[in-house]
Write a protein that binds this ligand. Structure first.
Ligand code: 1CP
Length: 354
């Protein structure tokens, strides 16, 4: 077992005692950091940055040099999996993601290959191995993937979407086509996350950014069912240590009970959920991650501190809380704000762990 100098993030996910509440930020590497913009310019474009293990490692470590974070997250993107399935991903300058060959028929789904993560996605595994080496055991490394539903929205819509009309049309007009797609993507994600774990990821998180756009039963059938399949297929122990799994559905506050029942270790919460209510509902089964509104980072350090203290008091005493934002950090927040946020969490949480 390789030792960690700071393992409070892993301990909190397993609801084991900690000295203070751990924290990391969703999208902690990114455009709000001037050094990220410089490295990205050096790489040329976003996918070249992802494919270069040394540069991906560099941007992974950048936020850790500035802030006292308790975890690093692999620098990559959820859309690497559909790219490896042959859809042809590109990011135009100043635009969102685009797929050259979106999924539009049953035969397109039937012809989709399931990528070998050590071949088509070897660049991601190389980044994981490089980052683990450079972290030198300071903090754990988080691996991640998109949920099958969230990945399928990009694969069917051909890029970002607001109304999700193409995938919802498929869901209601040709549900079997969508189920086959989700099943294949879930298969690909299991192989991908297990390869990340074998390469050195010490916990994994599944981002279901768009699960919240689904109707109640559709969420259970088309999103949660496939995340459950992934949880069942994951390696849960590696290198003598448990590998905790976190599920995050943005807008998923209505389904906390069902998400917690998948057998995951932790549930990520957006800011619409009250942490005290969530703890009362599922805190005996899972750890909770979240959940400050990312827009609070536009406020003064005093206001940020106040919000941190309220959320800490909502969770109350004991382990099982990983502090985070309720979604990714915005690209235009002052670089000083995450410092006020992280330091306040460590400082004000200690009494809750006595
Ligand atoms: O121009 C740039 O530099 C690209 C911006 C960017 C970045 C920094 C993209 C494009 N992806 C990333 C990195 C990224 N993406 C990480 C890195 C690790 C970290 O520091 O946290 C992670 C975990 C993701 C995950 C991701 N990508 C999600 C799920 C999380 C979330 O925020 O909801 C989603 C939905 C994507 C898709 C994506 N990648 C990038 C863009 C512009 C988009 C589209 C988002 C949309 O449809 O609105």
């Amino acid at each position: 077992m390789s030792t960690l100098k700071n393992d409070r993030y892993l301990r909190a996910l397993l609801r084991e005692p900690v000295d203070c509440t751990p924290v990391w930020l969703m999208r902690q590497a990114g455009r709000y950091l001037p050094e990220y913009k410089a490295t990205r310019a050096q790489a040329g474009d976003f996918m070249s940055l992802c494919r270069n293990a040394e540069l991906a490692c560099e941007v992974t470590l950048q936020p850790l040099r500035r802030y006292d974070l308790d975890a690093a997250i692999l620098f990559s993107d959820i859309l690497t999996v559909p790219d490896a399935m042959g859809l042809g991903l590109s990011f135009g300058a100043g635009e969102g993601p685009k797929f050259a060959r979106p999924i539009d028929s049953l035969s397109a789904v039937q012809n989709l290959p399931i990528p070998d993560p050590e071949v088509e996605l070897q660049y991601v595994m190389n980044a994981v191995r490089t980052i683990r080496r450079e972290l030198k055991g300071d903090v754990p490394l988080i691996g991640f993937s998109g949920s099958p539903w969230t990945l399928a929205t990009y694969m069917v819509e051909g890029g970002s979407s607001k109304a999700f009309t193409k995938i919802k049309k498929m869901m209601y007009a040709e549900p079997q086509t969508l189920h086959l797609l989700l099943d294949k993507v879930a298969e690909a994600v299991i192989l991908y996350l297990n390869a990340q774990i074998k390469a050195g990821a010490q916990s994994v998180m599944i981002f279901d950014t768009w699960g919240g756009v689904l109707a109640h039963r559709d969420y259970l059938d088309f999103s949660l069912q496939y995340m459950h399949k992934i949880v069942d297929g994951l390696i849960r122990e590696n290198d003598g240590r448990k590998v905790p799994v976190t599920l995050f559905t943005k807008g998923g506050g209505l389904w906390l009970e069902q998400i917690a029942n998948t057998g995951c270790d932790a549930v990520g919460l957006d800011w619409t959920v009250n942490l005290a209510d969530a703890k009362a509902q599922v805190g005996h089964k899972v750890a909770l991650q979240g959940n400050m509104d990312p827009s609070v980072l536009y406020a003064s350090p005093e206001r940020i501190e106040q919000e941190v203290r309220s959320i800490l008091s909502d969770f109350g005493t004991g382990s099982g809380h990983v502090f985070n934002l309720g979604h990714g950090i915005h690209q235009d927040v002052p670089v000083e704000s995450p410092k006020a946020f992280v330091d306040a969490i460590h400082h004000y949480s200690a009494p809750y762990h006595k």
